[in-house]
Ligand binder design. Structure first.
Ligand SMILES: CCCCCCCCCCC/C=C/C(=O)SCCNC(=O)CCNC(=O)[C@H](O)C(C)(C)COP(=O)(O)OP(=O)(O)OC[C@H]1O[C@@H](n2cnc3c(N)ncnc32)[C@H](O)[C@@H]1OP(=O)(O)O
Length: 392
């Protein structure tokens, strides 16, 4: 829930403590002042606490214990059984206060809430994205926050067409994200497009060794790029903010979840370009949508709307364009709080048995494309685009 000031506000109650608990080390010397908190201060702290960001189980236990001590006095209820972990932790916390007077407990409660409120106010300041941006990327904006690593393709003026540099940077960002402490990773695009696929100017940068050498090194780049998606160990989500073309569509079959704006389209015009499918789509698309629907996309270049892509299983859910960002990030923030190890293991269970096969398919698709790139059909299609004679 976003509060009026844009701050994340979660409702939790210290006397309920539903989440799992670590046994706390209670050191309760909260108030060094001799001031007495009034009943009014205490009631105001009780209201304030419900608006705070979740402070973690240890602090919640302290609050619980102080609340009980302030309202009921020393703990005199029977100790819960050893397997009743949560109630036992609560009882231990309260019991540890011994004969602390009710007034002191009330004062300590008020002091603790006041300290939490001020630190919560400063930590809730959202830093502008520029401040959170990871350095070292020129074609991407990579940020990590709320246990989410976001990799945003950032060539909006070129519809996020993927240059050789961007292929390499995406690989680097995925490798870093696989090792960072985020729970999930999201790929998205800046501007009106998700991505227009391979940057066709990649075809113009021919080394002195000749076009064959370029095709060979490009096939290796393509294979390595797709391998990174096959091997990515954490939940990988695509937030398809607008139209998607070519390789930005085919690799969606390797994502765990695909959210699309209602403005997104999905277009794989490989035959038009004298090329053939990549990103393991020759395998994943027939599996996802059936061979007949996959053929329409991959052989005949049929462009799907977001609703069609969702009906065919390539997209998990479509959101209205006007609320896309808000709805998707709210959803993802909630998912990112799930236990990360459980999510990784679930992904492994779902994907691992296919991995070897996917690597083999990727190698084969890259080998076929290496030949296609040298064909007249491909050369003419690329030349037509670059000389402004053709667009998709
Ligand atoms: C020898 C072998 C070397 C091979 C190297 C290969 C490396 C691995 C390859 C992996 C295989 C991948 C395959 C694919 O992805 S196939 C799909 C390729 N994409 C396209 O064919 C899209 C081409 N773009 C368009 O048709 C249109 O631009 C588009 C419909 C996307 C948008 O049209 P619109 O009119 O809205 O916008 P503009 O055309 O004016 O675009 C704005 C500027 O962006 C440039 N642009 C857009 N997309 C690309 C692109 N894919 N490649 C290069 N440039 C792109 C466009 O030219 C405009 O630039 P200017 O403002 O400078 O004119």
């Amino acid at each position: 829930m976003a509060g009026a000031a844009g701050r994340v506000v979660r409702r939790w109650y210290p006397h309920v403590l539903r989440s799992s608990l670590q046994v706390p080390a209670l050191q309760l010397h909260m108030s060094k002042t001799a001031m007495r908190a009034s009943q009014k201060d205490f009631e105001s702290a009780l209201s304030q606490v419900k608006l705070l960001k979740d402070p973690g189980n240890e602090v919640k236990l302290k609050l619980y214990a102080l609340y009980k001590q302030a309202t009921e006095g020393p703990c005199n209820t029977p100790k819960p059984g050893v397997f009743d972990l949560i109630n036992k932790a609560k009882w231990d916390a309260w019991n540890a206060l011994g004969s602390l007077p009710k007034e002191t407990a009330r004062q300590n409660y008020v002091d603790l809430v006041s300290g939490l409120s001020s630190s919560s106010d400063s930590s809730s300041q959202v830093k502008p994205e520029a401040d959170r941006k990871q350095p070292g990327y020129e074609t991407l904006v990579v940020t990590s926050e709320d246990s989410i690593t976001k990799i945003m393709m950032n060539r909006p003026a070129k519809k996020n067409a993927i240059t050789t540099q961007m292929y390499n940077e995406i690989m680097l960002a995925l490798k870093a994200a696989s090792k960072d402490d985020s729970a999930i990773t999201v790929l998205t695009g800046n501007g009106d497009y998700y991505s227009s696929g391979n940057d066709l100017s990649n075809f113009t940068d021919i080394p002195p060794e000749g076009i064959e050498e370029k095709a060979k090194s490009s096939a290796i780049l393509l294979r390595d790029f797709v391998d990174c998606f096959i091997d990515f160990p954490k939940p990988l989500i695509a937030a398809v903010n607008g139209p998607a073309v070519g390789i930005s569509v085919t690799i969606l079959g390797l994502f765990d979840t695909v959210y699309a704006s209602s403005r997104a389209t999905f277009h794989t015009p490989f035959s038009h370009l004298g090329q053939s499918p990549e990103g393991c789509s020759s395998y994943t698309f027939p599996k996802i949508m059936g061979p007949a629907k996959a053929a329409e996309m991959l052989i005949f270049g049929k462009k799907l709307t977001a609703a069609e892509a969702c009906a065919q299983g390539l997209v998990s859910e479509v959101f209205p364009d006007s609320t896309f960002q808000k709805e998707v990030w709210t959803r993802l923030k909630a998912y990112s709080k799930l236990p990360p190890n459980a999510m990784r293991i679930s992904k492994q269970v779902i994907r691992n048995r296919e991995k070897e096969k996917l690597h083999a398919i990727n190698a084969e698709e890259s080998r076929v494309l290496q030949e296609r790139w040298l064909s007249d059909e491909c050369t003419n299609a690329v030349m037509n685009f670059l000389t402004r004679k053709a667009k998709l």
